[in-house]
Design a protein. Structure first.
Length: 458
């Protein structure tokens, strides 16, 4: 009876290895043309001047370029830096890239399986060695039924769409937090300027009173009356200076720097306090990414339900190959088909969970909208009260206080007013100026909060 040696099986094994290596070396391409080579996935760069819905990804530099330390930083420059170098946005951008990779992987079909089976060898008697061996080289392929691949890709694409909305929400948060930190720094600088001026005036007044006492024109007790004013303005000045550096560091942290590389922030508080009506502001909540994302999230959960239903359909595995019979020196074809029987596992639990999450989505959307509405109403309350305070202080308090102080100061120099009148007028003006700065900062921060929640200018 003809025999063949082990070289036949060695060649089959080598063929199996070569086919396996060849199948692993190719790159994967999804239905949209996105290509994944090895483990590296690159998304196109993002233009910071465009919204995230206009961009597919964002490539960041890691460290922001430093400014000359004596340079001033404007609000526009601060926001642009935060948008380009914010660690939070880098993380959100990389999550979008990760979803691109997931979508590319979801489009891939199962790999075919190449198998080599050798039987009836290495036994006793006539079955010793390879004389009576039978070898089968077969190729099998899992065929997904029920549209699993299409539904899997639909879920991945919608998941990526949701991550883009999350990126947009992170972008608005970064803008809002940067604006609030900038406004705090600007308010502190304004308070330092007013405190410095108040301290200078208090010292000048102290010198004038000292000169009068030395000339015998005033009671020495008046020197004691001026010193608390000098001390109070100095304490306020030192307090504001102590707050400035941590606030500047908080602002610099928005673009990932531990220390500020700018000397001061540059800007002026707006004198305009007119804002849109609360109904107009609330009408724009639908454009907030945390609300707008739910249209895609609901579609994604619906797609998950469809995917789980598709998973309940068994997949079939088809195979074909060649069998070598050494006993007769013959070669024959073999074919196979296998199908799991859905007796115990019909994926009913996962289907029920997906349907429950789909029903839950509408309630979550309503909850998100209600939470945002409360936040906007709270911010608008602060905005309206701050606007009224700014108008009152700017029109009815600070100008009269300034005029009164100048009049009393002139009268005091002419000897027609008392020192206590000067001290009281100066205290009233100083407190009014600081209150105006605080009200202006609160107005601008409330405005930034509302714009961050609605994504619209007010």
């Amino acid at each position: 009876m003809p025999r063949i040696d082990g070289r036949f099986y060695l060649l089959l094994a080598m063929l199996c290895g070569l086919l396996s290596l060849g199948g692993c070396s190719g790159a994967m391409t999804d239905v949209t043309g996105a290509k994944v080579a090895g483990a590296v996935y690159r998304a196109p760069p993002l233009d910071p001047t465009r919204t995230s819905s206009q961009n597919e990804g964002w490539q960041y530099d890691v460290i922001a370029p430093k400014l000359p330390f004596d340079a001033d930083l404007t609000l526009r420059e601060a926001i642009n830096r935060a948008l380009r170098y914010s660690p939070a946005l880098q993380a959100a951008s990389l999550e979008v890239e990760a979803k691109l990779g997931v979508a590319a992987q979801a489009a891939v079909r199962p790999n075919p399986v190449l198998s080599l089976d050798v039987e009836n060898f290495g036994g006793t008697g006539d079955l010793g060695g390879l004389n009576s061996a039978e070898g089968t080289l077969a190729l099998s392929q899992l065929v997904e039924l029920g549209g699993k691949r299409y539904r899997r890709l639909a879920v991945a694409n919608l998941d990526r769409a949701v991550s883009v909305w999350d990126f947009e929400a992170a972008r608005l948060r970064v803008i809002r937090e940067t604006a609030e930190a900038f406004i705090d720094a600007l308010a502190i600088q304004e308070a330092i300027a007013r405190s410095t001026e108040a301290n200078r005036i208090a010292r000048e007044l102290e010198r004038d009173v000292q000169a009068r006492v030395d000339a015998g024109q005033a009671n020495p007790i008046e020197i004691q009356r001026t010193r608390p004013m000098v001390a109070n303005t100095l304490v306020r000045l030192e307090s504001e200076r102590a707050r400035l550096e941590p606030t500047k560091r908080r602002l610099a942290s928005m673009w990932g720097q531990s220390r500020p590389d700018f000397a001061r922030v540059s800007g002026n508080f707006s004198r305009t306090t007119r804002v849109r009506s609360i109904d107009a502001v609330l009408g724009e909540l639908e454009s907030n990414p945390d609300v707008a994302r739910w249209s895609d999230e609901i579609a994604r959960r619906d797609a998950v339900v469809e995917l789980e239903l598709a998973k309940s359909v068994p997949d079939i595995t088809l195979g074909a190959g060649v069998r070598r019979l050494n006993d007769t020196n013959d070669t024959a074809l073999v074919a196979s088909a296998s199908l799991p029987l859905p007796i115990f596992d019909r994926n009913s639990g996962n289907i029920a969970a997906a349907e429950a999450r789909l029903s839950k989505a509408e309630y979550e959307r309503s909850s998100s909208l209600a939470t945002l509405r409360v936040m906007v109403l709270s911010a608008y309350e602060d905005l309206a009260s701050s606007a009224a305070e700014v108008r009152a202080l700017a029109d009815d308090v600070v100008p009269p206080a300034r005029s009164a102080y100048r009049a009393v100061q002139t009268s005091f120099k002419a000897g027609a007013s008392q020192l206590l009148d000067v001290l009281d007028a100066r205290r009233v003006l100083f407190e009014a100026e600081l209150n105006l700065i605080r009200a202006q900062a609160n107005f601008e921060k409330a405005k930034a909060r509302i714009e961050g929640l609605t994504g619209r200018k007010i």
